[in-house]
Design a binder for this molecule. Sequence first.
Ligand code: XMP
Length: 429
Amino acid sequence: MKQDMILILDLGSEENPKIAREIRALGVYTEIHAHDITAEELKGLPGVKGIILNGGPNHVVDGVEIDAGEHVYNCGLPVLPVDHKGAAGWPEDDEARKAALRNFVFDTCHAEANWNMDNFIADQVELIRRQVGDKKVLLALSGGVDSSVVAALLIRAIGKQLTCVHVNHGLLRKGEPEQVCKVFGEEMDANLVYVDATDRFLDKLAGVSEPEKKRHIIGAEFIRVFEEEARKLDGIEFLGQGTIYPDIIESGTKTVKAVKSHHNVGGLPEDLQFELVEPLKMLFKDEVRACGRALGLPDSMVNRQPFPGPGLGVRCLGAITRDRLEAVRESDAILREEFAKNGLADKVWQYFTAIPDIKSVGVRDNKRADEWCVIIRAVNTVDAMTATVENVPFELLQHITARITGEVKGVNRVLFDLTPKPTGTIEWE
Ligand code: XMP
């Protein structure tokens, strides 16, 4: 293995991700594992040079004080207990704490600062090959950052043993399915199954206006389509997943309760349960993007803004109709093009259009015409819990308005959403 690793065992501290990032900032790879890691699991982790037992406020689980097993203390590696069994906590002072970490990592553990994306990729390629052997892996490739990066990594590791399934639910942004087919099908020469399920999804969604119902239909139908494709393929034993570390935190650990449940392709039937391959599960989002870049994915793919799983389905407000879906897709494409041209694409956290199901009167070709309106939303946030509105130059908004009303069929008005979160949410439904 090319990288050394400092292992952090979660004994109830909420600071684990922060400590992990601080050690990675020193150039040393870290992984966070549960306190009850077995001797076998510990042995299976490559390149471990030292262990931090990081205690904290959540050290009592179900009324029992948690601790690492004896094998951890006796494994022969340096162990640093923090805030655990009488040990002191981290120094309050940031510099002192960094010095303490540096001291443990380099002087006590003699770890080398050899964490970089090339080494990470080389190690993951070897680990994936070890796990998978000559068996086959299936991956639901949405074209989002995480699934794209995991696809590229799996292709590097096992090539044609991987089959990617790209389900186009008809609610993707303009150009997205084409980009997935071009990058993975052509450039990376992957086994790619492309399923255009647009009609199936839109038929199921017809007349449904309740947002949570729409989300449920889209999620359930996605699993059904994916399941059908999986059944067509023989001898698949593994399922690739673009799980990343924040997903694990949000899903809850042994010491911290779940914030929200993560589904991805969770709901597959019993007889289609595969062993998971999740090579990105220890990476933070910026590291996932760096990994994708190192694997040669285009910037437009790795720097993508967040996009909800139900896609344009929750931006075509109320009951989805094909004409409004097309209008929201086209207006979103114009907005993205103009933001890119004007240096806003990499600056603004999330920007998109939404289309309500109301018409207003207007004038087109000197005639009275009832048409749809489009709402522009552009927000900045750190964690999506709160958000502020981007101060988009007025001239640019006027230019985008002229383009949308001129180029997008059936739209005669453009509105700009001035509402921060709260009181508005980022999406409209
Ligand atoms: P809200 O609208 O709650 O959105 O302020 C916060 C962030 O979450 C995204 N979002 C979703 N992502 N499935 C997703 O995968 C969804 O159903 C969904 N709804 C909202 C939203 O785009 C924003 O980034």
